[in-house]
Ligand binder design. Sequence first.
Ligand code: NOJ
Length: 781
Amino acid sequence: MMRKLCTTIGVSVLLMCHALEAQAGTPTSATDARAGIYNSSLDARVETLLGKMTLEEKVGQLVQYSAGQPTGPGTGRTDYEDMIAKGQIGALFNISTAKETNAYQRIAVEKSRLRIPIIFGLDVIHGFRTVFPVPLALASTWDPPLVEQAARVAAREASATGIRWTFSPMVDIARDARWGRITEGAGEDPFLGSEMAAAYVRGYQGTRLDAPDSIAACAKHFVGYGAAEGGREYNTTEISEHTLRQIYLPPFHAAVDAGAATIMAAFNSINGVPASANPLTLRQVLREEWGFRGVVDSDWESVSELIQHGIANDRATAARKGFLAGVDMDMASSVYHDHLASLVSSGQVSQERLDESVRNVLRLKFALGLFEHPYADETREAEAMLRPESVTLAQRAAERSFVLLKNSPGPDNALILPLSNRVQRIALIGPLADDLPSALGSWAGLGRGEDVISFHAALAKHVGEQNLIHVKGVGIKGGSDEDLAAAVAASGKADVVILALGESGGEMTGEATSRAYLGLPGRQQELLEKIVATGKPVVLILFSGRPLTLPWAFEHVPAVLAAWLPGIQAGPALVRTLYGESIPTGKLVVSWPRSVGQEPLYYNALNTGRPADKTDLTNPPGGSDDTYVSRYIDERNDPQFPFGHGLSYTTFRYGPTEISGSQLKASELSAGLHDSTDRTKAVLTASVDVTNTGSRPGEEVVQLYVRLNGTSVAQPVRALKGFQRISLAPGETKKVAFALVPDAFALWNDRNQWVVEPEKVTVWISPDSAHGSPATVQILP
Ligand code: NOJ
């Protein structure tokens, strides 16, 4: 309906039509995303091969070991060659050159009885050799097609070494910045997380999974890992079914719908049942409800860890419970290798159940074309890496990922950013200005420090060495009084001071890096305060894999840019942004906390029975109105910056939200659920006029939120349901329209079903999750 409107109505609505077509989620490459493992013409080949396999060979396909660097020597075995020749290994990971993968593959293809190729995997998370910004930063672009392209580059590079499987995307919703792995995902929102999940899958898997430069995606960690209590790594999770369904599962569902060939089961337990032995999530949701036909891999030893969880007293029981719940392949722990055959022989695991998992693995290998092309082309390997267009894309991604948190007038009452080329002398101070490993972030694939152009190097090139005073100030963790004094002295000679502060990309973000304190580590806060005290104009560039709690900085520093961990083109991207050649358009995908005590902090929270409207501490609790409400007595409720926040070098004005559509009936909308990509199913159009009120051109990510009231289960105060990127010249106004499908109004109700209920819907189209004018519509029974 909407497409017809776009093509038949004249010029006045063209803009709206363009905006509709550019709406998030439009696949740019996939022709049939669910081909590959869903291609039933592979089934006959799978069955023929399965029919020839012995019990030991079947188990072998379900065994996966780590065989090399970069993340460690694996399980300590030295007999991989021998095991491969006997058909006892189906997959290897952590090998990353064509020569090495080919050497192992030759054994599988030439020496094993059935010549079943090995599938090689690696954590290719935000690039392989061309390292892009960390995933939290990539999500902050709000640009799924760009993320798709980044994943395509990663696939091309990785596949050139024989790696045909990446353990990415990580689609865990993270609502707590203490959790170090927040850096690996797309933040706190299920809608944005789903768009990003699908984009990665399309990028990795391409239009055909059997193309030699496509790699199988692995949506991980299924499920709820990001809900770790206290933000403490690997901790327990307690997640109600409706929160699981509405918040944690949707990005996985989106990945599966986009054709993700594999899923990784998580380390955490969910309501007491470990995710790696969880029939509800692995069997009922994934297989029965979503029809997933791919491979479920365990996480590293997550099946043997069922013993530590306390649901198995020995390794054989752990193997049985993990396998029966639905984990097809055992990563690293060897419990399937050691026990699965005897579990089948003794009847504790049925032959049918074994065959089901083996089918899944064989189907993946056929879908990837591994039987036809088992080897990497060693001549293609070098030229696939760091191609100029890949490096350009890494720079563009970094530029788009930066979030301008604050840009207020400095001491001379003028905006500091963008910097003018007339600014003569710059002092660049801070430990992150030329920390190459930090720029790469965690899980940096085969990225090398030498590939990174540091912020320091790029700035020196731009302003000339003679105009740049560079001192480290202090280290990320350490630093002396002399270091501090040298930094203060350096700033005295400069017109503007740029501080490059934050956390270490390698050691303080990623797996096993939960933090209880989220301020600047070491003496960096002291450095910051001393530099601001000089009275010089200061720009703070924050390098981090998570939001940091820096209330002092946000009060006293006029300009703050969240640069995250920007990848190999960190320097050029930052310089272009600071000097206004690239205008910031990134928006936060996490609520930025004021203090650790606010965590977990997320915008799509429930209202409670006693919501607190005003928690500003200049208005402390006193009267009964402000006391017996849901608040802290010593901290505000609202974040430092809300989800969706991000400034530009220009300003935008939003008009009122307008909605139009025919009468909405809950029963009809419920019948139309789960067709969210088909815009012709739109039931309501919401629109807003956005004006560029500044003097520079700019791009804006326009966001649409809804709230549902009067439902059987309480719903979030706001939930993102759409976003679009528009560009506006100074003074220009555009109408931005969103076509909403029934899914936008759905909830997981009190009878455990997805439905649209008779409910009052409030819609905001706004620059972030905390602003915008509301419009309402009533959905009838
Ligand atoms: C453990 C991590 O949790 C997971 O994300 C990763 O893919 C595996 N190790 C393999 O390296």
